[in-house]
Design a protein around this ligand. Structure first.
Ligand code: NAD
Length: 247
């Protein structure tokens, strides 16, 4: 039997990159998957891959920073499938610039999507998971939330916030059988990192002991572990998946 047979997962930011790889991996492992992104039509390829794996896909347009949109998504997921077993808070954005040049808007936008979005989905699914007396939430943080980075004070603060949110909610929900963990990816090949200059990419590669950038599937494998029964004694943890870049 596959590890997520009969289970239902929600994955945010599932149109591309890491979120898409996570959604596809959970479907291959047996889950029906509610896939969310800003526009439903962006989710067509992810939905097709999930259906090719023999599972159901429910693509929904959701802005993770909007409480009503998030509540409607979780209500629709429960209406369609009757339960939510796995929540993956993956949607994230960057608006990088040095502190002294950072606008209020760049600060607010990044905190709204990365941190508030994770809070809103966690709160919305927690009610169902607590009633079910079981569930697993996996939050996608970042190595930058652990070590900080010049030019990314908004992003670093949002991801450090995700880590603190993970630990606090893990403590609150453990008694109801709900586990909450985070993954801190290093440099993963995606549209987000394609935007970096060749010089920065080379500098980063020189600091990765495993001598390659990560692939979205490397993160999906870690999510599959943390969301599964194999991790039934793991909660409140941050799993670094970064090729040894930070130890
Ligand atoms: P990406 O930009 O390729 O994908 C992010 C997805 O989130 C997009 O499909 C986007 O449309 C969606 N999204 C953005 N704002 C949204 C909103 N308000 N509501 C719903 N969906 C929204 O990025 P990625 O590289 O796949 O990153 C995924 C996650 O992994 C992010 O949280 C990111 O911070 C984190 N991360 C990425 C890396 C990396 O190297 N790529 C490293 C560390 C952490």
């Amino acid at each position: 039997m596959k590890p997520f047979e009969g289970k239902v997962a929600i994955v945010t930011g599932a149109a591309r990159g890491i979120g898409r790889a996570i959604a596809e991996r959970l479907a291959c492992d047996g889950a029906d998957v509610v896939i969310c992104d800003l526009q439903a039509e962006w989710l067509a390829e992810t939905a097709e891959a999930i259906r090719s794996a023999g599972r159901q896909a429910l693509p929904l347009a959701v802005d993770v920073g909007d409480g009503e949109s998030v509540a409607a998504c979780v209500a629709e997921a429960v209406k369609a499938f009757g339960r939510v077993d796995v929540m993956v808070n993956n949607a994230g954005i960057t608006k990088d610039t040095l502190l002294v040049r950072m606008t209020d808007e760049a600060w607010d936008d990044v905190l709204r999507v990365n941190l508030k979005g994770t809070f809103l989905f966690t709160r919305a699914v927690a009610k169902h998971m607590m009633k079910q007396r079981g569930g697993a939430i996996v939050n996608i943080a970042s190595v930058i939330g652990l070590i900080g980075n010049a030019g990314q004070c908004n992003y670093a603060a949002s991801k450090a916030g995700v880590i603190a949110l993970t630990k606090s909610t893990a403590k609150e929900l453990a008694g109801r059988g709900v586990r909450v963990n985070a993954i801190a990816p290093g440099f993963i090949s995606s549209k987000m990192t394609d935007a970096l200059s060749q010089e920065i990419r080379e500098q980063m590669l020189a600091n990765i002991p495993l001598a390659r950038f990560g692939e979205p599937e490397d993160i999906a494998k870690a999510v599959a572990f943390l969301a599964s029964e194999e991790a039934s004694y793991v909660t409140g943890q941050v799993l670094s998946v970064n090729g040894g870049m930070v130890m």
